[in-house]
Design a protein around this ligand. Sequence first.
Ligand SMILES: [Zn+2]
Length: 248
Amino acid sequence: MANTDKDLDVLAIFSHPDDAELSVAGTLLKLKSLGYRTGVCDMTRGEMGTRGTVEARAREAHNAAAILQLDVRLNLEQPDGHIWLTEASRTAVVRVIRAYRPKLLLTTHWDDPHPDHAATCRIVREAARLATMKLYDGESGQAASKMPALAHSLFSRLVPPSFIVDVSEFVEEKMKAIRAHTSQFYSAGSDEPVTRISEKGFLQEIEQRMRYMGSLIGVEAGEPFYVREALNVEDPLALLTRPMNIYS
Ligand SMILES: [Zn+2]
């Protein structure tokens, strides 16, 4: 568990205000139910989005945070559509990591086809390492932090998951948190332009992906992650005799 009132156990850093909900909301809800302190940091305010204003999106992110029972929701106000690995973006993330000292960071995978997502992943990986170096951004006056673990949420079929989290009990709450972003997704009366994610079938597709990932580990719903580092296993028997799907 976290050491101080402000420390987080897990922090999810994603590009746009609904990305964490779409990717790792089930895992965040599960970790919260286990008693961990959870947070989300959005890199941008989503101002490039076809639907919704910056103000509306901020309200929606706030509402979704309440559904996810987050301890913290932050926004770094980086330029949407123009997230780059720069000194400024790295420093902004280093400052968040040092302020909240998460043990685990969740973010996208570097091979994600959306340029903002891929760039966010690289910024987060580098910032996690730089935050441990006392003299990096020394003028902030923040203490160096311990290197957090990193797990990358997956969307592309081209990256095989290192593990899948059973989120069967949290599907409804996850979908509720996604739908809190009302400007972005399907709603019957909306006169906003139709985008890929606001089409009627998109939320169904998200749920089907969770069901498919769940099927790979023999449960009702799952969220997939990739870990670049080797996993340190204490008891391989306990790990490998958990329910699995031998056809996965
Ligand atoms: Zn996004």
